[in-house]
Design a protein around this ligand. Structure first.
Ligand code: FNR
Length: 471
């Protein structure tokens, strides 16, 4: 168990980068810390997936990677630069599994947080996220198991319940488990970011408990730049402030000296992305969030059509930095005997690898209307017509061991594929088309369930509604 008094100090008077799916990866966290954040939470990691990971030290990047299998991208990646400042957030509904995950990362992170605020159905239907707010017994079990079982500080992040008294009751229960601090997102489960944050409710909570309260929910309305953080702190009476959206849009919100321009922030972000060879799709997403309403600017359009990290670096004139980092990594690979140097000399291998955009996902038939004329393949075909490009060209491989298929689609000289294998050729081609569309930032026609009220016993299939490609 950790020294609670000492640990609580680490959550007092601090400015913290909030957990954010897809945003909270290594380059963003390092950027927040560079600009002045005291702690940085990673994106939420779901316990049963994370429990399958292996810890691997990556000598090329100098990182610690948690991998599901040896060829996959890390589910969580960290490094010594953030060792004392990174907090791992878990999505869980099971105390023992949460402990298993916490033990796995205990020596590589500075704290563990349990997400009790996620309102999304994928989280709540498994009893995780905001579902925990209505399950105090489970909350107690998870938090006490973690507090007893790991040597680093444990915290949790909640939303408000409709009545102040019930929120206070929950918060007192949480305090009694021995957590060192509590994050409070000042909105109800049903409220969206556009709804005003209930600073007064956070204040009531802060007055009730003796552990530090980390106020969250002030982006946009209240916090736009560094000097606003203090105002939110005063409004909520909290010890610390946690920032999500304002940081996602401009990480220099943590900078005492004030905001930096979008270009400066993107360039600083890219330095970390290059250093840690961050995944291209993740970089693209994070930079699109920074560009925000500049998506239609010349740089925004170039970003949309980029298909590798190097191409993104070119947009901001950083290709030399990228090439130098790649060269250093390749030399290190050779030095460590991880690759034969002949394969690197003609550059061919490198080009071949970065030439194909790969995504790791499996197409779900129910999410796409594959019978009508708005399939990903048709959307892609229409796109090539509109842009006056050659029609998409598909090549498909069949794996002899299980007769599964994988396709590569070529559009405008670039190749796109998934890492997964499909049961038939048609699905494999649709998957490749989806990778291409998503990379180009075009809506791939994916649908999502709208009928949240389908009774659990019902055999009726939920209806589906069209989603934008970024959701
Ligand atoms: C979030 N949020 C969130 N919260 C959490 O506990 N775990 C998570 O993984 C995520 N993921 C996430 C992704 C994105 C893109 C956004 C915008 C938000 C919620 C977030 O941490 C925060 O509670 C809210 O955004 C409110 O804080 P701000 O944005 O007002 O500072």
């Amino acid at each position: 168990m950790c020294d609670k008094k000492e640990a609580s100090k680490r959550y007092t008077g601090k400015n913290i980068l909030a957990p954010m799916v897809r945003i909270g990866t290594l380059p963003s966290r390092l950027l927040a810390l560079k600009y002045g954040a005291d702690l940085a939470y990673c994106e939420e990691l779901i316990d049963f997936r994370f429990a399958e990971c292996h810890r691997v030290e990556n000598p090329i990047l100098g990182t610690v990677d948690f991998l599901q299998d040896k060829d996959s991208r890390p589910m969580f990646q960290t490094c010594s630069e953030e060792r004392d400042k990174v907090v791992l957030q878990i999505g869980t509904a099971d105390a023992q599994r949460a402990l298993q995950v916490a033990k796995l990362v205990e020596n590589d992170v500075s704290g563990i947080d349990v997400n009790m605020g996620c309102p999304k159905e994928y989280s709540t239907k498994g009893g995780m996220g905001a579902a925990l707010l209505r399950n105090p017994e489970k909350v107690k079990e998870i938090l006490t198991t973690l507090v007893k079982g790991v040597s680093i500080p444990v915290t949790c992040k909640i939303r408000l319940l409709p009545k102040l008294e019930e929120t206070i009751e929950l918060v007192k229960l949480i305090e009694s488990t021995g957590v060192v601090a509590i994050g409070v997102h000042g909105r109800l489960k049903e409220e969206r970011p556009r709804h005003p944050v209930h600073s007064n409710m956070i204040k009531k909570i802060a007055e009730t408990v003796s552990i530090p309260v980390i106020a969250n929910g002030g982006s946009d309305d209240i916090i736009k730049q560094y000097k606003d953080i203090e105002r939110f702190k005063q409004l909520t009476g909290a010890s610390s402030v946690m920032i999500a959206r304002s940081a996602q849009w401009n990480m220099s919100v943590f900078r005492k000296e004030g905001l930096l321009s979008t270009d400066d922030v993107v360039k600083d972000y890219l330095k970390y992305a290059i250093k840690y060879n961050n995944h291209f799709i993740n970089c693209k997403f994070c930079i699109q969030e920074i560009l925000r309403d500049k998506q239609e600017s010349p740089m925004g359009k170039q970003l949309r059509s980029s298909s590798s990290l190097r191409e993104i670096c070119c947009i901001w004139g950083m290709e030399e930095e990228y090439d130098a980092a790649e060269k250093r990594r390749n030399e290190l690979r050779v030095k460590l005997g991880l690759v034969d140097d002949k394969s690197l000399e003609p550059d061919a291998k490198r080009i071949k690898r970065s030439d194909i955009v790969e995504m790791n996902f499996q197409i779900k038939r129910c999410e796409y209307d594959l019978k009508k004329n708005k399939t990903p393949k048709t959307i892609l075909y229409e796109y090539t017509l509109k842009e006056e490009l050659k029609p998409p060209f598909y090549t498909t491989e069949c794996r002899s061991t299980d007769r599964h298929f994988q396709s590569i689609v070529t559009v405008n000289g670039k190749k796109y594929k998934t890492t997964s294998w499909e049961r038939n050729k048609k699905l494999a081609e649709q998957s490749a088309a989806i990778v291409c569309l998503r990379t180009l930032g075009i809506d791939d026609g994916r649908m999502a369930p709208i009928d949240r009220k389908v009774p659990s016993q019902s055999t009726t299939r939920p209806k589906f509604v069209k989603l934008s490609s970024t959701t």
